[in-house]
Design a protein around this ligand. Sequence first.
Ligand code: NAD
Length: 361
Amino acid sequence: MAHKVTLIPGDGTGPEIMATVRKVVDATGVKIDWDVQEAGVDIMKTAGTPLPPGVLDSIRKNKVAIKGPITTPIGTGFRSVNVALRKELDLYACLRPCKSYKGVRSKYEKIDLIIVRENTEDLYAGIEWPEGAPESNEVIKLSKNKIRENSAISIKPISRFGTRRIVKFAFEHAVKAKRRKVTAVAKANIMKCTDGLFFEVAREVAKEYSGKIEYEEMLVDNMCMQLVQKPELYDVLCLPNLYGDIISDLCAGLVGGLGVAPGANIGDNIALFEAIHGSAPKYKGMNKVNPSACLLSAKMMLNHLGETDAAKRMGDAIKAIFAEGKNVTYDMKPFRDDPTAVGTSQMGNAIIKKMGEAVLA
Ligand code: NAD
């Protein structure tokens, strides 16, 4: 029976990337009944909202979705569709593998890290007040004037519940993926209440895995330095929302940048797969950008659907195309203006051809 999957093309370069993703996934032979749903700045013009209710209904029904990037225009009044989807569907775990590939230019080799970022709490919870708001003044009063007058305030909630489920997710993923160690990352020496609770709960969860998965704690500033100096010492990192956002971009940089950085947002029953990168609007409609991060996200989706053979075939073909370095987009060439760079769809076609050759071999 075909898998039902919601496909959100997104906006900017999203639609051209996702057309390629769909073609490559279909070429694996896995039967997918794609339920295409529009979200983002383009649909806003006709629907009056960048996130029409049908999108959420479709994802809730199908339980699995893959999306292209969506622009968050500055100063138009709507918050990010990407953040709204994670919140509305309670996709509390952001999973971002960062792996070195032969042929992808980077200062580092043999990196194989998994970042597990909490997606719903922390400074990203959206609880904030501008300078002069009654709520800001109230908090300033409560702080007994430790906070200066005319401050804007953002609140950082970290809960026992939210921490337990993200750390549990990190350990369960470590077991499933046959990994060795989970490193919890925060700044508990300074934020003793919030980050202190994160470590306290992480320690409790770690005990449930003692003898199976190692556990350690790292302060986030030290973690940045360690990752730049000796990334090979780390395996699965588990972080609250803000540190997770920053560290996952750092790790994407270690393995060659946004073009090859996939991701997934996962809840108890629903998984939404998407690349880390944004909509790169300046390249819209030019068939130019790299589809690999979205393709690698689609590979994660195939694994999630239990289609592990197809995921491996697709992953092997992507790896082979990277290693050859011929049929790749401009960002993977030694020079950005390399005339031998191919377009988004041509790179997808080369991956499909490579999968076909593997079947014949
Ligand atoms: P971006 O990721 O779109 O672009 C950053 C840089 O990377 C640009 O130079 C771009 O040209 C390049 N780049 C990005 N993806 C690429 C690809 N696949 N192949 C080759 N080069 C690529 O980040 P931005 O410019 O900060 O954001 C643009 C818009 O996307 C913003 O509105 C932002 O809010 C949104 N965004 C969306 C998501 C998402 O949908 N999950 C994530 C990040 C940013």
